[in-house]
Design a protein around this ligand. Structure first.
Ligand code: SF4
Ligand code: SF4
Length: 457
């Protein structure tokens, strides 16, 4: 068993509903809505117009900055709208709407990008990954070509994040069991690009069958990959905690894993790299776990990017009558969804529905000063004080308490017997700090301009 990290919690993983269910293909949707923003960084610009016929894998959105990722058609058919549409973030985002012709015609431009995939250079890999629109598909959605290019020459440890620590979610687990060769193949490509002897795949102990299968396949392929079985503890899959579990090194506050020589890639992201290098296929589909007490028949579904949430729920027999909440992502870090027409994005690993009997909200949350929130915070923060500072509008004290290091894992909220909305408060507090800084900067610039104008007058 690998090393450990500070804090964390042991929620019931609730994975039994889907962890033995093979991935099913969702019946093709009649329409998909492809948002121009499914990644961290600048949104893409649409590069197709209403009336255009498109094919699977054809680029429909061009990146306008390095920190961005192109987007591609996930079905073949006709573009029927290029306009803002409701997005999983809750606000309208420019999107390309494609009416499916159900022919599944693959874009003729898609072909293996290199003759000898086993011999590609790091620079070629960055270009291939960029063109394929690959982002962190565990939910972070940071463009993968940026992560690779910024880590070249600095990274001595490459880690594949197969911990999938959030309750309910089993999409990565099933992916490991059904496509282990692709994950190992992607890890081998990364080993070569970063010049490391071996890549670590970090798997939580509750996925022992996946760890055993991977070891078997690694042995068969003689791949430069090792499997590290990790404690089942949330948030084991957070990048910084995973780096510490595998290497014993700690990422300094405010820094990224590259600061300690690590680069972390999600399981499905790694397989997407393999597919892009060997076939040229960009990211057009993903596996989504549909589960929770409100879902009639929980499943793991492979669906085209841009499929409306309602189509996945329908394919699982719909939701129960007393469902009160639908989340995109896990119960710890997922986001509530209010419009079931919002589309599945590249980073969507789960759609969860919950019934009323799981509602934990109380009318008057109150701190009983038990200190549990401090004992579980993996960032060693003091949530109880941060909460008080935010509530009192003490933004300077809140920042000095390192709220910006809060990764919003939700462990403190989970453990809090007073039912305080801790993580929601920290999210709001960070926004207020950023807003205050932006306002101060704007005021300083305006004052400088005014002083300049006065001097010239
Ligand atoms: S866990 Fe909740 S009740 Fe306990 S000290 Fe922290 S905020 Fe207060
Ligand atoms: S949400 Fe933030 S404060 Fe709460 S446990 Fe996670 S990192 Fe710590």
């Amino acid at each position: 068993m690998a090393q450990s990290f500070f804090g964390g919690i042991h929620p019931n993983d609730k994975k039994a509903a889907t962890n033995k269910k093979p991935i099913e293909k969702l019946p093709p949707p009649a329409r998909v809505v492809i948002p121009m923003s499914m990644h961290i960084g600048a949104p893409c610009q649409p590069c197709v117009a209403v009336g255009d016929m498109v094919t699977v894998g054809q680029r429909v959105g061009e990146p306008v900055a390095f920190v961005s990722a192109p987007v591609h058609a996930s079905v073949s058919g006709k573009v029927v709208a290029v306009e803002p549409r409701i997005h999983f973030s809750g606000v309208p985002v420019m999107s390309v709407v494609i009416e499916n012709d159900f022919n599944n015609t693959i874009c003729p431009d898609i072909h293996p990008p290199v003759e000898k995939p086993g011999e590609i250079t790091p620079e070629q890999l960055v270009e291939i990954v960029k063109n394929a629109g690959i982002v962190g598909m565990g939910g972070a959605t940071f463009p993968t070509h940026v992560k690779i290019s910024s880590g070249l020459g600095k990274v001595d440890t490459v880690i594949i994040n197969a911990s999938e620590c959030e309750p309910y979610i089993t999409s990565d687990h099933r992916f490991l069991l059904e496509y282990p060769e692709e994950v190992i193949g992607g890890a081998t490509i990364l080993a070569r690009a970063f010049g490391v002897d071996r890549v670590h795949i970090g798997v939580e102990a509750n996925k022992q069958n996946a760890a055993e299968l991977l070891r078997l396949k690694i042995e068969e392929a003689k791949a430069p990959v090792v499997v590290d079985v990790l404690h089942t503890r949330y948030p084991q899959g957070a990048e910084k905690q995973l780096c510490q579990s595998i290497t014993g090194r700690q990422v300094p506050p405010g820094a990224l894993p590259a600061a300690i020589g690590c680069a972390v890639f999600n399981t499905v992201t790694t397989a997407a790299i393999y597919r892009a290098v060997y076939t040229g296929m960009p990211v057009t589909h993903r596996v989504v776990t549909v589960s929770g007490s409100g879902v009639n028949e929980p499943k793991n579904l492979e669906c085209p990017i841009g499929t409306p949430i309602c189509e996945l729920l329908d394919a699982c027999g719909g939701v129960k009558k007393n469902t009160f909440k639908i989340l995109m992502g896990g119960p710890m870090m997922g986001h509530s969804q209010y419009d079931m027409d919002a589309p599945i994005g590249k980073g969507t690993n789960a759609i969860l529905a919950f019934c009323e009997d799981e509602e934990r909200t109380v009318e008057h949350p109150a701190c009983i000063r038990c200190g549990k929130c401090m004992s579980v915070c993996p960032m060693k923060l003091q949530p109880v004080f941060m909460y008080q500072y935010e509530r009192a509008g003490m933004l300077q004290e809140l920042e000095e308490a390192h709220v910006m290091d809060c990764m919003e894992c939700g462990a403190c909220t989970y453990i809090c017997p007073g039912r305080l909305h801790l993580v929601q408060t920290f999210r709001a507090g960070k926004q207020k700090i950023n807003n205050a800084k932006a306002a101060a900067k704007a005021a300083a610039e305006a004052a400088a301009k005014a002083a300049e104008a006065k001097k010239e007058a």
